[in-house]
Design a protein around this ligand. Structure first.
Ligand SMILES: [Zn+2]
Length: 139
């Protein structure tokens, strides 16, 4: 379960990509030139998108549960991931890109909003003026 949300080309990420593509957005993946290697990059809009697993990135939501085993190990590791995320966000903004985080709980779990609502909100966000934002599930 924990390993499933780590790394690149996760299921939520693929679902977001597919839906964005169907709406006519063109993007690149895992652009190495940007801080934190965002999962989806829309060069035309200068928007970087991270699709974050709630466990791995320590999201403040019902999908994040402290593991029963090796608790200290995981707490340190997830804290480090959160720090890395925060740093990547601020660095991306500094180089003039906008950054959107899409959380796994928007797509999975009891608070999910569903892929259609998620993509509509994502498209609106891309068209909007905000420098940073996130889309998440309900709590
Ligand atoms: Zn979450």
């Amino acid at each position: 379960m924990m390993a499933a949300v780590k790394g690149k080309n996760t299921k939520p990420e693929i679902a977001v990509r597919r839906a964005l593509h169907a709406m006519g957005f063109r993007f690149r993946l895992h652009k190495a030139g940007l801080p934190g290697r965002p999962d989806i990059v829309l060069p035309k809009h200068k928007v970087a998108i991270f699709v974050n697993g709630c466990f791995w990135h320590g999201h403040d939501c019902p999908m994040y549960r402290q593991p029963a085993n090796n608790r200290a190990f995981w707490i340190v590791k997830i804290d480090r991931n959160r720090e890395r995320d925060a740093r990547a966000m601020s660095e991306i903004k500094q180089v003039g890109w906008r950054v959107l985080t899409i959380w796994e709980c928007a797509m999975r779990g009891r608070g999910r909003i569903g892929i259609d609502a998620l993509i509509i909100r994502t498209a609106r966000w891309i068209a909007g003026p905000r420098k940073a934002g996130s889309i998440r599930g309900g709590t």
